[in-house]
Design a binder for this molecule. Sequence first.
Ligand code: NAD
Length: 464
Amino acid sequence: MTTDQAAPALDAAQIVSGLRATLRMGRTKPAKWRLSQLHALVKLVEENEEDIYSALDSDLHKPKHESFMMELSHVTTACKYAIKNLQNWMAPKKKGVTHTTWPASAATVSEPLGVTLIISTWNFPFLLAIDPLIGAISAGCTACLKTSEVSPATSGLLARLIPKYLDAEGIQVVEGGVSVVTELLQQKWDKIFYTGNSKVGRIIMGAAAKHLTPVTLELGGKCPLYIDDTVDLQVASRRIMVGKYGNNLGQACISPDYILVEEHLAPKLIKEFRTTLVEFYGEDPSTSKDLSRIVNKNHFQRLSSLLDHPGTAEKIVHGGERDEKALYIAPTLIDDPPLDSPIMAEEIFGPLLPIITVKDVNAAVYFISDRPKPLAIYVFTNNKDSVKKFTEETSSGGLLTNDCLLQFLVPELPFGGVGESGTGSYHGKASFDTFSHHKAILNRGMGMDISTRYPPFTSKKQSM
Ligand code: NAD
């Protein structure tokens, strides 16, 4: 089902009440249920690999190797990591007590936030649907997963497979577009986890505010990449080009959006990028089997208009070829487009890469700090002072030196944005925490009843 029109009537209230009934029965709370669902997810991937590959191919022409690396393998790794650590995450955590509260013992006890809504997006449509679900399951929540209508093949596959493998009374899948989300948002949820653009993020947060529902917003924005002349340009170029084009043709939230480089280095860097692109994708990248396609006509036209904008079009120094029927846009390098052009004003989310020259590292830091806080900043340098400068003087969801995108694959690192790029984070323990409430418990006995805390506060008591 691809459109709202095709979607069957949705009874959102009934979905919530069903999930709440399951939660109240206590069914999702025991570790046994959580582990069974996580194991079932691993099985879902293992037994349906080929169907998942072909859905991703249908939606995005995603190469199999890329689908394996960035979607399937990440899902199984995240499940196995949660399985391994779950008992430890669930265990009460002892805390110290103060002089005034002693004798007592203190601890935090995690409890599921409750009935959760996960709204997913299309660019990694399998991974970004299941990855938050792993957190909800680990925390013992019930969940309604709303897949993206922009990736209908994967959405349909998830709607078919999830009820087959997971406990349908605790986990529901809903397909459909804006009207479906709008209806779901009328309900009272105990947590909403949304992945997508920041415009819709504001709608989600507004709806959640009515019920004081906590939200995690995994948003996007422009991720800058700074590079200086202390690095091996060939290695850097390979890592940057695969980071930009080898992940969904640049349609990734943590794809490098633009490059900041000093003027003297820019021509060498562009030359190296060109060489790498030919090495990776051949003289005619449209024949390469290793590049995804633009997800649909709307996004193709959006990217085309960024490229055709006066001031930008003249600055294309590599690529620029397009085929609307095939939803193909070649990896394209743009040398110093005007800073007020649309390509520098909005998230690109596609295979266009502006290269902006700056005077020095200070100017690069200023450039970034003067704009909305990004989801990721990439710094290619061997200069420790520069790394320190970026770490201390910029704010972003994450910062990675001398590579691209790999921060996403480290389960010990919380993944999420800050400011315009999002709020909250997940992955590993952070996923468990995102869907949990850590209840503060203070246990006191009936002994040691000190009279000085009780009125009347006589001068004798006050002097004690
Ligand atoms: P999308 O069109 O699939 O929308 C995301 C979800 O929002 C979908 O489920 C959709 O049905 C729903 N939606 C769309 N419009 C809506 C509306 N008006 N009201 C209510 N719900 C609505 O995906 P998208 O927004 O195009 O995704 C791309 C954006 O997501 C980029 O900005 C990207 O950077 C960001 N993103 C972030 C992450 C992350 O982890 N931080 C990951 C992937 C993508």
